[in-house]
Design a binder for this molecule. Structure first.
Ligand code: SIN
Ligand code: MN
Length: 234
């Protein structure tokens, strides 16, 4: 490498204890490849949908892999959409999740008590944001496991608000997540409130595979297993 991170415009940094931001982690080719997979998932057994939270349909459209998320639980079938089982969690995404942890692991992993080799995400929420879409401040707490969440962003830049673990308000930090950025939150930040107050339309870089809008993938470890009814051991 010609230069280290310190000379880059957007250096990687620890945003809060256990929360790491690595700008430009995915190459444009990798981003475009993932966008092609995104189109396949969207045409899959369960179409993207805005989850209904407290009677309101979310502006963000979500398609899930591995386990289907709805407020506030995971099931194998998308019972609030069409009842179909969601696509399996892809092996390549497990490897990508481990690679992401390895990227931040030398600092994050040991102190937060996890090893990248053990990290086996089994669900991904794949969100699509159009120019108007927003996501309110929330915690990711429907997983039984408290293993880190690995987040990848492609397309338009957004404002990402990363807060505290107590409430939706201050203190929080606003950062701009751009196409290719990696964000990992685990350890002391695993239950931090976070949200997307704004998408910046027209900022998707050429070559990322998405002409407009933003895709965010969050990989998680549910900590759930299938019951005997789904073919588990008798
Ligand atoms: C989420 O909180 O589930 C998504 C965050 C993002 O879109 O970056
Ligand atoms: Mn979240």
């Amino acid at each position: 490498m010609l230069f280290g991170d310190e000379l880059l415009e957007r250096p990687r940094r620890e945003v809060a204890p256990g929360a790491y931001w690595v700008p430009g982690w995915l190459t444009p080719d990798q981003q475009a490849w993932i966008v092609a997979r995104f189109r396949e998932w969207g045409a899959g057994p369960v179409p993207p949908r805005g989850a209904v939270v407290n009677g309101h349909e979310m502006s963000v459209k979500t398609v899930c892999l591995g386990w289907h998320w709805r407020p506030y639980q995971y099931t194998r079938e998308a019972v609030d959409v069409n009842g179909n089982r969601v696509l399996d969690f892809p092996d390549w995404m497990v490897r990508l999740g481990r690679k992401a942890l390895a990227e931040v692991g030398p600092v994050a992993g040991k102190e937060a008590g996890w090893e990248e080799a053990e990290y086996t995400p089994d669900t991904a929420l794949v969100n699509y944001y159009d120019a108007e879409a927003r996501m309110g401040m929330h915690q990711d707490r429907d997983e039984v496991s408290r293993a880190p969440v690995v987040s990848l962003s492609i397309g338009d830049t957004c404002r990402f608000r990363f807060g505290n673990t107590e409430n939706r308000g201050r203190p929080y930090q606003d950062i701009d997540l751009a196409s290719g950025d990696l964000f990992v939150f685990g350890g002391a930040s695993r239950l931090a409130y976070h949200g997307i107050p704004k998408v910046y339309p027209g900022t998707a870089p050429p070559g990322c595979g998405l002409e407009k809008g933003r895709i965010n993938i969050t990989m998680r470890v549910t900590g759930l297993s299938d019951g005997p009814a789904r073919g588990g051991r008798p």
